[in-house]
Design a protein around this ligand. Structure first.
Ligand code: KG4
Ligand code: ZN
Length: 352
């Protein structure tokens, strides 16, 4: 089975082609990612209108490149999948409309994919990860702990009540005059810093519900910055190290809280912990989670870096997973700015 997947929910225009053989083995034939980083960098964050326009300009080129690299023709496809949300609506419309048009013209099945579901299933693309598993989804827009019980079956255990984790990395970087996106540079500087120099809070630590909050930590970082007469490179490294150490402590504590809640949800043993999303690119976070999983007798799986950030291959893979379960969508599927994975939260005001 061969699927094309399109991703345009934020600031990456991406198309990927995945093949899955009858033994269940999947392979990435292509995963073309056109990043808009340079476009948004001067603003210190993604500008929705600029993002949407860039998706319009790049979508066709990225699709052609993905098909050329995969060395297949459109007729070889068994279906087309496109992210239909949640995300910046102008961008979502571009990828979703392109996906529908292609599927319609080719007369192939179409899948409208929840971007969060694609992140949730991305670990199964190159690894054997049986259901159920515990997912930590951490990106610039989302920070959630999810019990993944099966394809289409997601139980949100916890979420952030304010900023997303990636957003916190980005805001701390901005306060320190570091470039956007902040995650990679904060991680790099943290390696050279003293993580014990400043005392920073660990919000939500010890709470039973596996939720997150990062705004207090961000404010504490601001207080540290204004308390210093001027900021040297070493100060920056020390602040990054202290901030990242606080984040890692929070993640570990919240994941343990989620394990407890999840074990009461399912009679099956939860054998695997999965991390996905852009922040899961953080090597310190990966190794902390791997240690944590091991100490609880669980396996830890994290998709490779290219599959952690936003990409078309994970959308194609979600399409394959869904079509195999008998799900397919109509051409009138509406784009969604907000689309919680767990339907219990459809009518709440929280972020997706
Ligand atoms: O999943 P993603 O590519 O886009 C969405 O937000 O959907 O995630 C981007 C986020 C940014 O906030 C970025 O700062 C963060 O992931 N990030 C990191 C690292 N690499 C990217 N955060 C911490 N450490 C990193 N190495
Ligand atoms: Zn994402």
């Amino acid at each position: 089975m061969i699927f094309l997947g399109l991703e345009t929910t934020c600031d990456e225009t991406s198309a990927g082609v995945i093949v899955r053989d009858n033994t269940g083995h999947a392979r990435i034939l292509s995963n073309v990612i056109s990043s808009q980083l340079a476009l948004h960098a001067p603003y210190g964050g993604v500008v929705p209108e600029l993002a949407a326009r860039a998706h319009v300009e790049n979508m066709d080129v990225v699709i052609s490149e993905a098909m050329a690299q995969a060395q297949i023709s459109f007729q070889d496809l068994d279906g087309v999948a496109a992210a239909a949300g949640p995300g910046l609506i102008g961008g979502v419309i571009v990828g979703l409309t392109a996906g529908k048009a292609l599927a319609l013209a080719l007369n192939k099945p179409f899948c409208a994919i929840n971007h969060l579901e694609a992140h949730a299933l991305s670990a199964r693309l190159e690894h054997h990860v049986p259901f159920p598993y515990l997912l930590l989804l951490v990106s610039g827009g989302h920070t959630q702990l999810i019990a993944v019980l099966g394809v289409g079956q997601y139980h949100r255990l916890g979420t952030t009540i304010d900023d997303a984790a990636g957003e916190a990395f980005d805001k701390v970087a901005k306060m320190l005059d570091l470039p956007y996106p902040g995650g990679p540079i904060v991680e790099e500087l943290a390696l050279k810093g003293d993580a014990a120099r400043f005392a920073l809070p660990r919000p939500m630590l010890g709470k039973l519900e596996p939720d997150f909050s990062f705004s207090g930590l961000k404010t504490a970082v601001r207080h540290v910055i204004v308390s210093l007469p001027h900021i040297t490179d070493q100060d920056k490294a020390d602040i990054c190290a202290c901030f990242q150490a606080a984040m890692l402590d929070v993640f570990a504590d919240r994941v343990i809280a989620a394990m407890r809640v999840m074990q009461n949800l399912t009679s099956d043993k939860v054998r695997t912990m999965v991390a996905a999303g852009g922040v899961a690119a953080n090597a310190q976070l990966r190794s902390a989670l791997a240690r944590l999983a091991k100490s609880h007798g669980m396996d830890f799986v994290c998709p490779k870096l290219e599959l952690c950030g936003d990409n078309g291959a994970m959308i194609a893979w979600a399409g394959i997973e869904r079509i195999r379960m008998g799900y397919r969508d109509e051409y009138d599927f509406a784009p969604r700015a907000r689309w919680p994975l767990d339907a219990r939260f459809e009518n709440t005001k929280q972020k997706a």
